[in-house]
Design a protein around this ligand. Sequence first.
Ligand code: GDP
Length: 440
Amino acid sequence: MFDNLSDKLDKALHVLKGHGQITEVNVAETLKEVRRALVDADVNYKIAKEFTSTVKEKALGQDVLSSLKPGQLMVKLVKDELVKLMGGEVAGINLSGDPSIILMSGLQGSGKTTFSGKLANFLKTKKTKKPLLVACDVYRPAAIDQLHVVGDQIGVEVFSDREEKNPVAISEKALAYAKENGHNVVIIDTAGRLAVDEAMMTEISNIHNAIQPQETLFVVDSMTGQDAVNTAKAFNDVLNFDGVILTKLDGDTRGGAAISIKSVVNKPIKFIGTGEKMEAIDVFYPERMADRILGMGDVVSLVERAQDQYDEEEARKLQKKIAKNQFGFDDFLKQIQQVKKMGNMKDLVGMIPGAGKMMKDIDIDDDAFKHIEAIIHSMTPEERTQPSVINASRKKRIGKGSGTSVTQVNQLLKQFDQMSKMMKMMQGGGGKRMMQMMKG
Ligand code: GDP
């Protein structure tokens, strides 16, 4: 996420690191580079210019904290300004109303349908709501199918009416259905077009007027940079929406939309989409995002994601298994699946302070687990619980079955063996023993 921008800002801010104090000259030099980095990231020129002049004023003015070195001070000032630009505070969504009605708007391909599913899943699991998804795209039958697929995937009911060609009528029927069936949140996915056009705007504003949603959200692909900002403006002029959803941040190396959209439409970014999976949704925290942009990592989000996946019951079972020496490949597989649910690897690494910068040139393969999973899937149940039975001919068979080599199978067995030993040691009051081992 935002690798290019982080890199350039880092270089720009580095200039001051060797200086003993802030001067007009070194501040101007640094900020010129900061401005260039922002413009390259597709931040609107005017915003970039205002940004750097505010930082300059603060750096040279009253706000200077003498205890900070110039480099640190500038990082702090830039960070504070970034946070402000992205909205400062976290903006929640309004779930008042019974049912609460959430209307999705945006261009075709922006990620509306995917996000509708993610949000339904989020509300269901985090806020114990009972959402209903509504398919209002009357032009593309495939869009209705897509929403049904998403609904099935997350176990959320989808309302559609393939006979009805009026989206206002569909939404109204859906609301009546929601009330009858105890759905307390209704998420309406609407039709988008490839570009802003009048027919689409009229249609969405008709739906908006008829159903009076508590939340109207505008979904936009963050990779489209300034276009995203312009589209946001067009939708906001018609809908006066409540918040922005930035999708596909996982593929956005520049970050221009994330940084400038709030100040152009004066509406907060509420959620971000960071992948195609239903779990790839995050509340937008301006401060955490600024930290990530400046390569300071985002440990808080990382820990939260880990907690989301943490199942106490499972953890207890696992402990027992380790104690009884029964930890097998099936348990290992479960662990891998939990890690994978947390998001793509590159994204996760980017949340570790400093690591994003260090690892940016290393290609982190999201399929890193694929081989491991394939190998385990090719094992028999007996082999999974009792890996010691895996002899040479079994290794050959497993290699063949999983499309890997015997060397790869051996590698995994060795890693697994080491891991099992380590676990045993940690368990059996072996902390001391391990310390001794490490001391050599
Ligand atoms: P819609 O036409 O606005 O409903 O857009 P879709 O929900 O069909 O999304 C268009 C494409 O973008 C699909 O292939 C999605 O899988 C993909 N997509 C949506 N959100 C994200 C995201 O946050 N990250 C990535 N990488 N892909 C996404």
